[in-house]
Design a protein. Sequence first.
Length: 259
Amino acid sequence: MILDEIVADKRIRLKEHKARISEEEMKRLALASERKSISFYGALAKEGLSIIGEFKKASPSLGIIQNKLELTDRIDQYNASVDAISCLTEEDHFHGNMEYLKQIRQISPLPVLRKDFTIDPYQIYEAKVIGADAILLIAAILTDAQMKEYYELADSLGLDSLVEVHDEAEMERALKLKAKIIGVNNRNLKDFTISLDTTRRLSAMVDDNTVFVSESGVTRTEDIYFLKECKVDALLIGRAFMEAENPKELAMEWKKVYQ
């Protein structure tokens, strides 16, 4: 199962990261950081459709993405059209890198989500140090105790958490956690099939106090109309933007659906 492979590879990468900078030192650097986080929650909780524009080089389902823009040009377009940015930092399966996030932090005033497979507190301290404003917590790879610990640690560092779910049981766990931001991944991380109906099905469980995000599978305007009916507050869009020559134009067109 691909998710198990990703987590196994992440454990190996974590050892490499900790060999470069110890856990104690990473924690010290995070706690010493004077940078005030930009509210990821605030960017998504406002009226209308909020969009999280993603930066990624590849994925297990798509392979290498035919990126039409360089990083700086892409972020310039995101700065003018979306509400937050998601940056993949997972190295082996998404060809991500923390250096990409550091570059984005230098050229964008938007809140930045570190999108990775969080399995250790070290990564949360690391996220703070490299300039992220939010982290991803994937219910499928965490116990309830881990989710609570990581959520509270992120909050103590001034970071928001996007808690990602894929089915009813995971949604119940996220609601029990009282997560402020819940994302439904329309891509099944076990077999990588995609269905927007996953968002529709789980939307009935979300209360009005939760920012509801739909992730993956949005490729056309018809999808936006469908997700509007599901009362989605925000969309995380990767492939469609990465393959577009003008993601700014596409984001602005899709936002009009909610006006």
